[in-house]
Write a protein that binds this ligand. Sequence first.
Ligand code: FES
Ligand code: FES
Length: 153
Amino acid sequence: MELTVNGSPREVDPARFPTLLAALRDQLGLTGPKLSCDHGECGACTVRLDGDLVYACLTLTATCGGAEVRTVEGLAEGSALHPLQQAFITHDAAQCGFCTPGQLLAAEALLERNAHPTDAEIRTAMSGNLCRCGTYPKIITAIRAVADAGKTP
Ligand code: FES
Ligand code: FES
């Protein structure tokens, strides 16, 4: 079955890799999306599917034929980091980094639909992505900085 991952056509096998997370990580070697709760509770596996945010651990590969998938590996352009990636570094918004790929994609989706979110809107938009290290204030600061700079992804 074919889908497009970060702009490139890729073949995946739904029989061997029944969840999108398994297909991305174990078949295609894209380990940015993380396996944590495996139950749709933490957001570590967040990817974008035709622009929408989804938990890849709950998404069946068989339903993704022809879809456009975006993972954290698709954010940077060559050696140029995405503005959100740079802001997360600048504002020290990652500690262990396990949640960061999902956080970045959720933030990207937020700023695409709302270029100037309030802090409350940022908190609401990011509520599906948990951080065990508790970096929430710094994550909000990083997203705020990108929004205020007008660097809409
Ligand atoms: S690993 Fe998918 S939501 Fe936690
Ligand atoms: S930075 Fe460690 S879980 Fe978020």
